[in-house]
Design a protein around this ligand. Sequence first.
Ligand SMILES: *[C@@H]1O[C@H](CO)[C@@H](O)[C@H](O)[C@H]1NC(C)=O
Ligand SMILES: *[C@@H]1O[C@H](CO)[C@@H](O)[C@H](O)[C@H]1NC(C)=O
Ligand SMILES: *[C@@H]1O[C@H](CO)[C@@H](O)[C@H](O)[C@H]1NC(C)=O
Ligand SMILES: *[C@@H]1O[C@H](CO)[C@@H](O)[C@H](O)[C@H]1NC(C)=O
Ligand SMILES: *[C@@H]1O[C@H](CO)[C@@H](O)[C@H](O)[C@H]1NC(C)=O
Ligand SMILES: *[C@@H]1O[C@H](CO)[C@@H](O)[C@H](O)[C@H]1NC(C)=O
Ligand SMILES: *[C@@H]1O[C@H](CO)[C@@H](O)[C@H](O)[C@H]1NC(C)=O
Length: 403
Amino acid sequence: MGVSPFTTCILSITIYVYLLSPVLGRATPDFAKPSNIKATGTGEELKPKVFIIDMFKPEGAVWYNIPEFDLLARNVTVPGLSPLFPEAHCTQDGSVCQVITGEAEINAASSISALVYSNIFDLTTTYFLVAGIAGVNPKVATIGDVTFARFAVQVALQYEFDAREKPADFPTGYVPQGAVAPDQYPTSIYGTEVFELNIALRTLAVGFAKNATLNDTTATQEMRSLYANNSAFAPGASSGPSVRECDTATSDVYFSGTLLGEAFENTTTLFTNGTGVYCTTQQEDNATLEVLLRATLAKLADFSRIIVMRTASDFDRPHDGVSAAQNLFGDAPGYHPSVENIYLAGVRVVEGIVNGWSQTFEQGVKAENYIGDIFGSLGGVPDFGPGSSTSLRKRRTKNSQFT
Ligand SMILES: *[C@@H]1O[C@H](CO)[C@@H](O)[C@H](O)[C@H]1NC(C)=O
Ligand SMILES: *[C@@H]1O[C@H](CO)[C@@H](O)[C@H](O)[C@H]1NC(C)=O
Ligand SMILES: *[C@@H]1O[C@H](CO)[C@@H](O)[C@H](O)[C@H]1NC(C)=O
Ligand SMILES: *[C@@H]1O[C@H](CO)[C@@H](O)[C@H](O)[C@H]1NC(C)=O
Ligand SMILES: *[C@@H]1O[C@H](CO)[C@@H](O)[C@H](O)[C@H]1NC(C)=O
Ligand SMILES: *[C@@H]1O[C@H](CO)[C@@H](O)[C@H](O)[C@H]1NC(C)=O
Ligand SMILES: *[C@@H]1O[C@H](CO)[C@@H](O)[C@H](O)[C@H]1NC(C)=O
């Protein structure tokens, strides 16, 4: 859940094997299958069609005791998962599994790494459905909405001043790393700033999710209506809920307020070269995506098979007449519907993939857009950032105090 980060570099120092094959267009990589994959104690291979990735207990629990499938039929202990959530859960036939990572970037990266390198699962053809709640930008979407991202941007991977000490002409205390003004592209590049996902797959997932009847409550409708007066906000902020395509921002720090909201809108626009639209804010996705990108390089997963679905639980900024603090500490009536909608929309996506396995999904959904990171690690030419070779030269600068 949640919102905005700091200059945490723990996830960021990456030694990349740069694949010097700028393949034009993206195809699903051709993976060699690891030979030693076994489910613990069973001797059977677990080769899930869909792996649901949740971040905390209520997001996980909404998938239990449902009519469609039983995720508690097989519990699989995976060394290195969160002590709070030490087991992955699977259906009896292993076709659908779930892991709960724990919250924020460090937990997400650690848990997904443990999962992909455990050799318990064959994940080479698995679709990953990141299914969690998020804060939401009222200019783009609203509480209760179900959103599907193309871009995930690590918006808090920046320098930060306390607002009382920032240069007077800076709108907030955030400045991209290696830059000297808030609107400059970062020159100290860690590689996790932006991830781009498979649009063709997203289109299919959105189609499945649109078939769901979403949950809504009167309290959520009342909260939404408070956003109707401000013309800066989307007409959608006061109506809904609906299924939308819009992008997600990752930040360990859970932020609230108009200025930080706008700062991270700007960061998303800047880092994605104008293509990304900051819509939801959460604390994990770029960490999860970095791990799945590295797992793809290790031929253990397929980066073209990732869906990031975030349901909106709370507004990132206040409506007129209340403060940023009231927005953060006040009621969040969107919380319950957003958790409910993870299941209501997500189960359609899971079923869509499982039911369409042999016709469509087993062989993969070819990405027509660039997918991957700012370095071009998976091949292809990134449509954001300064270009692969420049990015790779800019991993450290004299200003990069944390490397
Ligand atoms: C799996 O774990 C859950 C608790 O997390 C439990 O309710 C369920 O019975 C377990 N399933 C099996 C087959 O032991
Ligand atoms: C995080 O990942 C998203 C893709 O889901 C990408 O658009 C975004 O730029 C990434 N941000 C950072 C800072 O890594
Ligand atoms: C939509 O849901 C209905 C059941 O409610 C199902 O029969 C139909 O196949 C679904 N359509 C799609 C496109 O998923
Ligand atoms: C919105 O406008 C209506 C009528 O103009 C007014 O009654 C209400 O107090 C306003 N709400 C907010 C949150 O400003
Ligand atoms: C966002 O960018 C716009 C246009 O460059 C700028 O006017 C505004 O001050 C920025 N806002 C924040 C909060 O950074
Ligand atoms: C929405 O979910 C809540 C629980 O979060 C439930 O009480 C309510 O009945 C649901 N409403 C609809 C319309 O399904
Ligand atoms: C993205 O924008 C930066 C400047 O902000 C520019 O240097 C870079 O060439 C652009 N990249 C692409 C792929 O357009």
